[in-house]
Design a protein around this ligand. Structure first.
Ligand code: PMP
Length: 452
């Protein structure tokens, strides 16, 4: 598989060598690197990507799930053009109508988000949500789950992908630093919990309730391993009982699991929610929303105690949570996001149906080829996990899956024109239809017959 890949992508190889002269590793997000080199894409159209060697792919990565209408959707292109033409600017630097319009749209689909604030990425959204939790509760530790990702900063870069050897006991995981440069201070202040294990989670939370401001989680780990319903209900009950806020990080699952995200599927109302990806229509955005009284920690005083950096060095901690950002609520991006949501309101059922068909077809082909596996996931996201296990509940169990066979399969599929980054999830968009499903299944059949 690899030799065929090398034969088809000489220009990607050459370009990657050049990129390494500019960016460490030739990439500007570590996740975009892979062996032997990443494919360099050149053009997108609907469900398709074209690389610089002229190879055509059906795209299931969709920029890590961000593009739910596929590449270059006319509705979004038109919305961007109209916003710029009608408003005559990219940025007002003042409140503007689209902020309120988008906020109402979000609240319509996510009733738990009574008030919202905008940020520029999912990372910034979880950062702000956590600060709000600290501000609201007056407590200064948080708890997160092993295997869950919430962005690239010190407070949450712990136990995202720990190796089983140093992850500690199953029911009391160690807080493992994920990156060089993270201050070990955070190991003490970010407590790690075992996903889908309610008893162990409740015990840890009870012991440390006086320090923990919030539990943050991906209701569906990495976008594809769902929380058990019983676990989720228990987590909501125990956090409420202990005075700990519950933060749903729905950056991946928002609008992808269904219009109302994971919280609609579970029927659970978190205290805070973070959104990103899909709601930017392909552009950088984040939203924090939740209970009015928690969000109000960020409301400026009416006799506006304006933040002035020249004063901040000497002044005491203010009674208002600081939140700022030159690009927060960017009009062009909100126009793109609103157009995306408007299309999804009409077409999400199609995406969910297509995803079910693809999952079913892939499972049948694996069965035909005698390989045990599962397609795990809800809504428009799933992963192909090669495993004998009946159920995968969390990070540790996922680590026992057959990644080497999956990787070989991924290269065979790349050669057949099916794109996702090796080992990654599949995300679908409105532009995937019967033709794409049939072509993908034909590619799978071929690739599976070549697996060794
Ligand atoms: N939270 C989750 C659940 C995510 O999946 C991601 C991005 N993969 C983030 C936060 C960070 O979002 P961003 O990349 O926009 O900073």
């Amino acid at each position: 598989a690899l030799s065929e890949f090398l034969r088809k992508t000489p220009q990607s190889k050459e370009f990657s060598t050049e990129a390494k002269q500019v960016m460490p590793g030739g990439v500007t997000a570590n996740i975009k690197a892979f062996d032997p080199y990443p494919i360099i894409m050149d053009q997108g159209a609907g469900a398709y990507l074209y690389d610089i060697d002229g190879n055509k792919y059906i795209d299931y990565l969709l920029s890590y799930g961000a593009l739910m209408l596929g590449h270059g959707p006319p509705a979004v292109v038109n919305a961007i053009q109209s916003q710029v033409e009608d408003d005559g600017t990219f940025l007002f630097g003042t409140p503007h109508r689209l902020e309120t319009e988008m906020g109402k749209k979000i609240r319509q689909h996510y009733p738990s988000m009574e008030r919202i604030r905008y940020t520029n990425s999912g990372t910034e959204a979880t950062l702000l949500a956590i600060r709000m939790a600290h501000a609201y509760t007056g407590k200064h530790k948080i708890a997160k789950f092993e295997g869950h990702y919430h962005g690239g900063y010190d407070q949450v870069l712990l136990s995202v992908n720990p190796s089983v050897d140093n992850a500690g006991p199953v029911d009391e995981p160690t807080s493992v630093i994920e990156s060089k440069g993270v201050d070990p201070y955070h190991q003490e202040h970010t407590i790690v919990l075992p996903f889908n294990n309610l008893d162990a989670t409740a015990e840890i939370l009870r012991k440390k309730k006086d320090d923990i401001a919030a539990v943050i989680l991906e209701p569906i780990q990495s976008g594809f391993i769902p929380a058990d319903h019983f676990f989720m209900e228990g987590l909501r009950t125990i956090t409420e009982e202990l005075g700990i806020l519950l933060i749903f990080d729905e950056v991946k699952t928002g609008f992808r699991i269904g219009l109302g995200g994971a919280q609609a599927v579970y029927g659970i109302s978190p205290d805070l929610t973070t959104l990103g990806k899909v709601i930017g229509g392909g552009f950088p955005v984040g939203i924090v929303g939740g209970k009015q009284d928690v969000l109000m920690t960020s409301a400026p005083n009416s006799n506006s105690d304006v933040f002035d950096s020249s004063q901040s060095k000497t002044s005491q901690a203010k009674d208002v949570l600081f939140h700022s950002g030159t690009y927060n609520g960017h009009p062009t991006i909100l126009a793109a996001g609103l157009a995306t949501i408007n299309v999804l309101e009409q077409e999400i059922d199609h995406v969910l149906t297509t995803t079910r068909q693809l999952k079913k077809g892939i499972s049948e082909l694996f069965a035909k080829h005698g390989i045990s596996m599962q397609t795990i996931g809800l809504g428009s996201i799933f992963n192909v996990v090669i495993t004998d296990k009946e159920k995968i509940w969390n990070h540790r169990e996922l680590q026992q899956a057959n990644f080497s066979m999956r990787k070989q399969l991924d290269f065979l599929l790349l050669n057949e024109g099916i794109y996702t980054k090796p080992l990654n999830r599949y995300s679908l968009a409105t532009v995937h239809g019967d033709k794409e499903v049939q072509d993908t299944l034909a590619a799978y059949d071929k690739a599976l017959s070549k697996l060794t």
